[in-house]
Design a protein around this ligand. Structure first.
Ligand SMILES: C[S@@+](CC[C@H](N)C(=O)[O-])C[C@H]1O[C@@H](n2cnc3c(N)ncnc32)[C@H](O)[C@@H]1O
Length: 216
């Protein structure tokens, strides 16, 4: 029977050495986030940056919506993979981190592709009725995931992708000893997506786990 490898630090270093390289500004964001203490864990893992890059390239994606930007690592990774005429709309309610992200976008010469909207994501999504995207990346407040997912389905082109981060919730989703409201919320969300006939979905065990849904 096949089995996934355990990714040790040694193996991860090997992957980093021979895999795709980060852009200098992506690395700068990671280094900056390290100075922030515990909240650095908000950013996606570099392996997810590479995954997003590849999926955008091979799916010919041009218009992307991101819900939850923080200091901009995932958004910059998405933008760098888009063609020159590609567009990315990023939503976050935090003014301070959004401004930091905007500075990084500018530094990487990506600001012409990116529109930042700073307010609660539900409000931004309600204002967006006539826009269509090829991909939505959801990485904001987890208790609203189902709401963001439903809104995203209304904003996505057929065959488009909805990618949701943190679906394995530090592994706690699969461990019965965890029954706090956040773990239960992600479990229920994963069950809902699994049973949703509007999409076909794969859970990718990168970072904290991400579900890739193709809209049917
Ligand atoms: C996990 S972080 C996003 C990480 C980012 N994708 C990255 O790779 O660095 C979650 C973000 O969601 C934002 N957020 C939380 N609740 C929100 C809400 N109701 N509306 C908009 N943004 C929200 C937070 O301000 C935070 O920046």
């Amino acid at each position: 029977m096949g089995a996934n490898l355990d990714i040790t630090d040694k193996l991860q270093n090997y992957i980093n050495k021979f895999g795709l390289k980060l852009n200098p500004v992506q690395q700068e964001i990671i280094d900056y986030n390290k100075t922030l203490g515990d909240i650095k864990r908000m950013q996606i893992d570099p392996t997810q940056c590479h995954f997003l890059h590849l999926i955008i390239k091979i799916s010919n994606i041009k218009n992307v919506l991101e819900i939850g930007t923080f200091t901009g690592l995932s958004a910059l990774s998405i933008s760098l993979a888009l063609p020159e005429d590609g567009k990315l709309v990023v939503l976050d309610k935090n003014e301070e981190t959004s401004k930091i992200a905007q500075n990084f976008f500018k530094k990487a010469n990506q600001n012409h592709k990116i529109t930042t909207i700073i307010k609660p994501a539900s409000e931004s999504l309600n204002d967006m009725k006539n826009q269509k995207f090829d991909m939505v990346f959801i990485d904001a407040d987890k208790m609203n995931y189902k709401k963001y997912y439903e809104k995203s389905l209304g904003l996505i082109n057929q065959g488009g992708l909805i990618i949701i981060d943190n679906v394995l919730w530090h592994g706690e989703v699969a461990d019965v000893k965890y029954s706090d409201k956040y773990t239960i919320n992600i479990r229920e969300f994963n069950k809902f997506v699994c049973e949703d006939k509007r999409v076909e979905q794969v859970i990718i065990p990168l970072g904290d786990g991400m579900t890739v849904c193709r809209v049917l």
